[in-house]
Design a binder for this molecule. Sequence first.
Ligand code: PMV
Length: 325
Amino acid sequence: MKATAKAPANIALIKYWGKTDEILRLPQNSSISMNLDGLFTTTTVDFDEKYISDEIIFNGEAKSKQAGRIIKHLDLIRKIAKTGLRAKVATSNNFPAASGIASSASGFAALTVAACGALGMNLNEKELSIIARQGSGSACRSIPDGFVEWHKGDTSETSFAESLHPADYWDIIDIVAIISDEEKAVSSTAGQTLASASRFFAPRLENIENKIRVIKKNLANRDFRRFGEIIEAEALELQAIMMTSSPALIYWQPKTLEIIKGIHKLREQGLEAYFTEDAGPNLHIFVENKNRSALIDKLKGFEGIKRIIACKPGSGTKQVDTHLF
Ligand code: PMV
């Protein structure tokens, strides 16, 4: 019983940071994201009686730090499907393993759709999103297409993601600027537990529903300037929460700040580009597609960017016919 799924990474526009339930991964707030068509994970899962234990092959390697978390997620799916079958899982990212790009969202979305598909569970998008969320919170947003909202909910059944607009809704580009490809010292799972230690976290939560309402309006109007202003302010607010947690989480590197200043300068010169950033030093810089080459040319002149990956809005997680084994 074998199935394969291909899932996109996603970038949060309004971030998920902090949980109300660590086990179920229920978030403190709803969030909004865009799937990235250039960055994806492909995963094949085969459930069969011939496997005595789960076998995980991660980016071609049999030994993976992720194996424990993957097996835990398979256990959850086995429990829902009421099966004891063990599985072989092979998973591969189309982006370099140590690129500093989060792979847990695409990883757990692909694993969920492949495993549930292999077991013939026939689940709808909402049900798949609820399962993916329990592997990695942001993974629930990689299931639906395009621009996505994750409703925070207050139970497992009410905390899921759904599409706001399809991938071809808006011709904008996320230029991912890789500044560092080192593994981060504090994972986002660990970092999130510190969120409430920041005195700015409560005021953030007070205003977050309003922020979500505003960005949904900007999306509905395809208002790029307002959209850009809000995602950039949101990214800075998230970094402020991280920096004022205890212990302080400083994901920025000197180059991150240098490039942020460079982006501000480009705006002064008339190139409308806005950045966002997650739990790491790399920047996601948004432009309208018509300004794509102009921005890439400028970024090539910046020192300290190791790699540039341009991503259009992407569709959600899909089953595919070609298996990895
Ligand atoms: O899904 P996690 O546990 O890797 O957390 C993701 C957290 C951020 O990337 C910083 C924000 C987000 O909403 O994706």
